[in-house]
Design a protein around this ligand. Structure first.
Ligand SMILES: Cc1cc2nc3c(=O)[nH]c(=O)nc-3n(C[C@H](O)[C@H](O)[C@H](O)COP(=O)(O)O)c2cc1C
Length: 195
């Protein structure tokens, strides 16, 4: 079983990455053979949708612009489960928003043409949001809508009042959300969701 973690932050070793890695740790506690891969969005070149409608309108999930979108999508397709993490940069960082925008566009336009293909459908996923102090609801709203559009299956934790795992810069001191502990629990649940 393979889990792909997307770190939606411009800092590779930041708090978003810490929570993603803690989810991996939890998953490996349940099944030591779980493989993990981290995709750092800071290393990907993904530009915005240019609304050209040239290819995606006829071939869903194909975009005429060849950049790292295809790399990210292929890795997402290959994975059995996906962790989607984001830091709060007012909302999600612009590079992550570009990925969301492009994938949502190719999904929608295919549907208008009668296609109903969703290569990520039913894939279990979990959402991660990290901020300094602002409640991370804006991130969860964006990621939640994105996963629904992709027909993915977000896994929820009973212990969290959010649509995933939330954390702040003061992770260790957070006695209420316990982000790293919750992340491990999420990892265990994610493996079980893969059935
Ligand atoms: C451009 C930018 C905008 C940010 N906006 C907010 C914000 O509105 N509210 C907040 O609490 N933190 C904000 N932050 C802080 C980050 O969300 C926070 O430090 C988070 O832990 C960063 O995640 P990282 O360690 O994975 O990079 C912002 C950071 C940056 C760089």
């Amino acid at each position: 079983m393979k889990i792909l973690g997307l770190v939606g932050s411009m800092r590779k070793e930041g708090n978003t990455n810490r929570i993603v890695q803690a989810i991996f740790d939890g998953a490996k506690q349940v099944d030591g053979s779980v493989e993990t891969e981290t995709l750092q969005l800071s290393e990907l070149k993904i530009g915005p949708c240019r609304a050209c409608y040239d290819v995606c309108a006829n071939e869903p999930y194909l975009c005429v612009h060849k950049d790292d979108l295809q790399v990210a999508l292929e890795k997402m397709k290959e994975a059995d489960a996906i962790v989607l993490g984001s830091a709060l940069y007012f909302n999600v960082p612009s590079r992550l928003l570009a990925l969301i925008e492009r994938l949502s566009c190719v999904a929608h336009l295919g549907q208008y043409k009668g296609h109903n293909e969703h290569p990520l459908a039913d894939k279990p996923c979990c959402l991660v949001a990290v901020s300094y102090c602002t409640p991370p609801n804006a991130i969860f709203a964006t990621l939640q809508q994105f996963t629904l559009e992709m027909r993915m299956r977000p896994v929820l934790l009973k212990s969290q009042p959010f649509y995933g795992v939330a954390g702040t810069d003061k992770m260790e001191k957070d006695e209420f959300l316990k982000p790293l502990e919750s992340a491990k629990e999420m990892g265990r649940l994610l493996v079980q969701s893969c059935g």
